[in-house]
Design a protein around this ligand. Structure first.
Ligand code: PAF
Length: 279
């Protein structure tokens, strides 16, 4: 496994692989790797000849400086974890390497960029689109792997790829959960032990909601979910919505002939957690 920190070296390494006719798979990450990331890397390994994993905490997608400072940075242990996967190149550039000058591009995503995460983290998706488009340009992968935990991010990436006509296949991968159901996230490492225990109520409530769907109207179910989570003193719901999986528009009735996804963001102490479930 090769650790590469510059774009020039990366492009050289990728060129060699592509000239040999190999399929390049790419897993972009911000590090602090967990089993969810490793599953993306393993999926890439099954479908591709070469797997590139980027580790870069992207400053432009943080709308809160404290959040950026607190984000875990664990390159050494990330490298150790990746040794047991099919990853062959780790790309860990500096911020100066990725942004030699300010990226002033402003993407337009319409509804999918302005609801839920888009509403509560203004600028976040623009930063995601900036960095992922740059990384795609550097790695030029045939396929790129993204987790469904960041459901809205996946919609943004698909839209960005369409808009910029990037020749890459986006592969969505299922959410990986801890044994108590909590969706795996690099942010989980920031939870105090007592917060970590209570955070399991988020996924537990989503799974219950899936079962209760038939008993309640859409609005009643929304109220039940928020009420259930907010009775726990460690948790505060930021938003909960049930949306269609294409436009991410709120649904108002179970009769609507669309695939329905329940999406949630919850504050647990200083940590903000997101999760979602297909209803
Ligand atoms: O999902 C993430 O970890 C990040 O948003 C991504 C896609 C690596 C871009 O920085």
């Amino acid at each position: 496994m090769n650790l590469i920190c510059t774009i020039a070296e990366l492009e050289q390494a990728i060129d060699i692989q592509k000239q040999a006719g190999r399929i390049v798979g790419f897993v972009p990450t911000m590090g602090a790797l967990h089993q969810g990331h490793l599953m993306l890397v393993n999926n890439a390994g099954e479908e591709c000849d070469v797997v590139v994993v980027s580790i870069f905490v992207n400053p432009t997608q943080f709308n809160n400086n404290e959040d950026l400072q607190r984000y875990p940075r664990t390159l050494e242990s990330d490298m150790r974890l990746l040794k047991s996967t099919p990853c062959s190149i780790v790309f860990a550039p500096s911020a100066e390497e990725v942004y030699p000058e300010e990226d002033t591009r402003v993407f337009q995503f319409g509804n999918i960029g302005s609801v839920m995460e888009g509403k509560y983290r203004p600028g976040h998706f623009n930063g995601v689109a900036q960095v992922v488009s740059k990384l795609f340009d550097m790695v030029k992968p045939h396929k790129a792997y993204f987790g469904l935990k960041d459901f809205q991010q996946l919609a943004i990436i698909n839209s960005m790829v369409d808009q910029l006509k990037i020749p890459v296949e986006i592969i969505p991968c299922p959410i990986v959960r801890e044994s108590d159901g909590l969706a795996m996230s690099s942010r989980n490492a920031l939870l105090e032990p007592i917060e970590r225990d209570n955070a399991a109520l988020i996924s537990k409530t989503l799974f219950e909601a899936q079962k209760k769907k038939k008993m309640y109207s859409v609005n009643e179910l929304k109220k039940w979910v928020v009420g259930t989570i907010d009775t726990n003193s460690f948790l505060k719901t930021e938003y909960f919505d049930i949306v269609d999986d294409r436009e991410l528009k709120s649904i108002t009735s179970w009769e609507q002939k669309v695939n329905k996804v329940a999406c949630i963001a919850v504050h647990c102490g200083k940590v903000r957690l997101i999760d979602n479930i297909i209803l």
